[in-house]
Design a protein around this ligand. Structure first.
Ligand code: ADP
Ligand code: MG
Length: 357
């Protein structure tokens, strides 16, 4: 489906491990003051100053978390960084460094890894993080990428999952469900292509959905926005799995309940129209879909005036006493318990195994 823009195929063996790492990382420059020593020694050296250090890791496996049939490697590199930066932002911290480890089979040419590192490089430049190390190994099959993100924050700035209080407002950035639908669209086009390779996909009605799936952005802007507005969330989490399971994580960590209002869930018009086309419920998609990389957080009611007019933020519910439970108030005004996932027959394939599975 995707054109091979880079027809040259240099075997990995032509470089050897050191040559390959040098080749892939030669254009990366250190931008952060705290990056004392980067790639090239046995370990990177980071100078935290007076800040707390925040660390998060994700592992992405070909065939489980991504499909190279429709995810171009450059996008994959970019997304792999975003997934990690999103976790750092969800602590209300600033990402500063990443390490990138890859396991790669020799069916990949050097040019494929160049594309992957182009995406990683772009993400590093835009988000001002430094690539300071990693590991490279061969794999029997396919590609695996593990990225560790390191960030910093003053102790008083950090936001955990466990600080929500009854009566706090539940707020989400951006809109939900688009990344999941983008994947459904790409899978459908892939099936069509298998049957008829002459058939050119028309992705025009789905541009936003496909972009949200292939090239998500971590919401560092929300961290800055909240600082400008003078709002410190009482708890926060990023939406990697789907709204309902992330709400449940926040509630369990904070020992509170929640009322979520279905009619307040922010949806892009393309999500609504594509759900109609696919005959799916847009709420189901937003609640269970995942991969949106938006921030979900709680704020004190006192801060409502500061955020209420902001188009990037939607108040979608409020926290309650723990014993009241976690509920969805539907458009028909019925109250039903919120379930972690499979809220309605959403396909769980390829999802990360979470602790409560
Ligand atoms: P070691 O044998 O100590 O693991 P390596 O030869 O794997 O060292 O790595 C040499 C240097 O290159 C180290 O600074 C390491 O962090 C970095 N490095 C290795 N692989 C990668 C990679 N895939 N991406 C970025 N940096 C890497
Ligand atoms: Mg190594």
């Amino acid at each position: 489906m995707l054109e091979d823009k880079n027809p040259q195929r240099t075997p990995l063996s032509e470089y050897g491990e050191f040559g390959l790492i040098d080749h892939l990382t030669q254009n990366f420059e250190l931008q952060q003051e705290s990056s004392h020593t980067g790639i090239g020694d046995d370990a990177a050296v980071i100078d935290p100053g007076s800040d707390k250090i925040v660390v998060s890791t994700d592992l992405l496996m070909e065939g489980v978390h991504f499909d190279l049939g429709f995810a171009p490697l450059k996008h994959l590199g970019y997304k792999a960084v975003m997934v990690n930066l999103s976790d750092i932002y969800a602590m209300n911290a600033t990402p500063t460094q990443i390490t990138v480890s890859i396991a790669v089979s020799n069916r990949f040419p050097v040019e494929a890894l160049e594309e992957l590192y182009d995406g990683i490089h772009l993400a590093c430049k835009i988000y001002k993080v430094d690539l300071v190390g990693g590991d490279t190994t061969s794999s029997q099959q396919g590609l695996a990428i593990s990225i560790t993100a390191i960030g910093k924050a003053g102790e008083e700035t950090l936001v955990y999952r466990n600080g929500a209080k009854p009566n706090d407002l539940l707020v989400v950035s951006g809109d939900l469900g688009a990344a999941y639908l983008g994947l459904q669209v790409l899978k459908r086009e892939q099936e069509v292509f298998k049957v008829n390779p002459q058939n050119q996909p028309d992705l025009q009605p789905y541009t936003y959905l496909v972009e949200r799936q292939l090239k998500p952005e971590a919401r560092g802007d929300i961290k800055e926005l909240l600082a400008e507005l003078g709002v410190k969330p009482t708890s926060m989490i990023d939406i990697s799995d789907g709204l309902s399971s992330e709400i449940i994580h926040l509630c369990k960590s904070s020992k509170v309940g929640c009322n979520l209002f279905e009619d307040k869930i922010p949806l892009d018009p393309q999500v609504i129209s594509t759900c109609e086309e696919f005959q799916m419920s847009s709420s189901t998609v937003a609640l269970g879909g995942g991969e949106d990389y938006e921030l979900l957080f709680t704020i004190s009611q006192d801060d409502y005036q500061k955020i209420k007019a902001n188009p990037n933020l939607s108040v979608i519910g409020h926290m309650t006493e723990e014993k009241e439970g976690i509920h969805l108030i539907t458009r028909m005004n019925t109250k039903i318990p919120l379930q972690a996932r499979g809220w309605n027959a959403l396909n769980d394939e390829g999802k990360e195994i979470s602790k409560d599975d």
